[in-house]
Design a protein around this ligand. Structure first.
Ligand code: CA
Ligand code: CA
Length: 238
């Protein structure tokens, strides 16, 4: 009997510990790191994107273009589509980037090559009006002299004017991302920093939903045991 009660107490303690282990801690002002936070190289397609998840204030991303054809895609959550700002603020080696945002189907939404005629880094903003709803999106960064492709061809044309944010305008504009064209600028190799606002890590409702569902089933099981023991006039003390 004692062992039975202790085992139930232990089960309850484990559940309580599990509950608090799942409650995210309040952090703030963090940059996601492709290598240490993401665990390695971010993929270059929607299905292999590095998922930025957790509970913290996301200030941006630090990553690396390890070769001229390294293209990194991150799954993010744009919480404020009208005011978000995503900007390449620093690269070592490479100063010519391209940024683009895709939806979950891999369809291109907005793209920018150069911030200005003298700044060849890239910036995407809510003010451009191409993102209208808070949602999960995919942010891609790569060096210049290459293009995103769908089955129909280039999703965006790499053509002047380079300083605009634009919707897909290439032959493959209406298709989903399947690959890339172009060998990339040799100078593209280097570390980059993307600063951002109006963007958060991807929420984890499914994870917490499952966790609480499991807890609910466990609590229901304990209540059921207590109920059965009461019916049998056995002592319950937990
Ligand atoms: Ca990379
Ligand atoms: Ca550029």
């Amino acid at each position: 009997m004692k062992n039975y009660k202790n085992s139930l107490k232990s089960a309850g303690a484990i559940l309580v510990a599990a509950y608090f282990a799942l409650v995210p801690s309040a952090l703030s002002g963090l940059f996601w790191n492709e290598a240490s936070g993401g665990g390695g190289e971010a993929g270059d397609l929607i299905g292999t994107a590095q998922i930025i998840s957790g509970s913290f204030v996301l200030d941006g991303i630090v990553g690396d273009l390890s070769s001229p054809t390294d293209r990194d895609i991150y799954q993010i959550y744009i919480s404020d589509p009208t005011t978000f700002d995503i900007r390449v603020t620093l690269t070592t080696g490479n100063t010519d980037t391209i940024l683009a945002i895709f939806n979950s189907s891999g369809l291109g939404l907005v793209y920018n090559d150069n911030i200005s005629e003298t700044n060849f880094r890239s910036q995407l903003t809510g003010a451009s009006g191409f993102i209208t709803t808070p949602n999960i999106y995919y942010l891609a960064i790569m060096g210049g002299e290459q293009t995103f492709t769908s089955a129909g061809g280039n999703i965006w044309n790499e053509a002047a004017p380079f300083e605009v944010q634009k919707a897909p305008d290439g032959a493959g504009a209406t298709g989903s991302l399947i690959g890339y064209a172009g060998s990339g600028a040799p100078t593209a190799v280097g570390t980059y920093i993307i600063t951002m606002s109006g963007v958060t890590p991807v929420p984890e409702p499914a994870f917490y939903g499952v966790a609480f569902a499991v807890m609910g089933l466990a609590v229901a099981g304990i209540r059921s045991i207590r109920s059965r023991r009461k019916q049998r006039n056995l002592p319950v003390s937990f």
